[in-house]
Write a protein that binds this ligand. Sequence first.
Ligand SMILES: [Zn+2]
Length: 323
Amino acid sequence: MKRKKTLEHQWLEVGGRRRGLDGRGAGELKRLQRGFEGEVEMDRFVEAYGGNGWQVYRDVWLDCGGITQIDIMIVTAGGIYVCDAKNYSGDYVYADGRWYAGGRLLNRDIFVQLKRSMEKVNDMCTRIGPDIRAEGAVVFVNEHFELEMESSVFERVVMRNRIRKYLVEIDTAAVAGRLHVDRLCRAVETYMIENPYKPPVCDAGMYSLLAKGVNCVGCGSYGVGVGYRFIHCQNCRMKEGKEKGILRMICEYGVLMHHKDLILHDIYEFLGGEVEKRYLKTILGKYFKVLSRGKYAKYSNPRQIFDYSFGHLSFFYKDVAAR
Ligand SMILES: [Zn+2]
């Protein structure tokens, strides 16, 4: 399964597109985006060099004597492998247990997340069975990352140019391994939980500051023309099929207001009155599960951006790129 951005990440992205983030939110979005790109890059390596019979879990939460999040966990007949993907760039030094970036001391330990995860994962292994072993690695996926470090470092560090070798080694151990992968996965899955952290909520104050209306799929600008079949952008000249575009807007609302059900009037208001209520009602009825009917009908909120909920659909009126 392809990796998805977390709800918090989607929320920040949509909030940013509607000019609703303060400096802290914008910084957090940047950090999440960089991290996500690093994880996707690691996924590509696993896709390309992963072995047969591997079970790969992405962005999972474990509850085992404490809660921890893991970017990639690979279960093979040889054991369990936990990867913490880091997408840093620049010159780093690790010496005497301290990190330096660009010559300046960092006040955090880049290994700490993996260390904490491994405590819990090792705990889990002990509970599952006597022969179950887990190994952790911090994987630096960015090609513009340089690291200078002493040889005697706690866990395994994998640089980008060694990722392939690292995965091949995992597979060699898997081929020689005797664990029953399906059974092991079922045991591991009993420790998995949903992300326990609540995503941020758009309160009335933030809502009032958001840009309202339909935005352009190409350039993100507002003040587009909502026509009969297409949404026209005066800025970049792109045309988007209306049904898809409105569905995309309802999903934006759903992500921002993930704590609410979908209600026609709220969406009408969110879109600045640019889309007729009758049209919105048709789209809501066609694509979303009805929770309650009547004047104040409620529809189920998928709490996901368009790509994740409806990206697999094809629409009669296709997008037309700017010419
Ligand atoms: Zn545009």
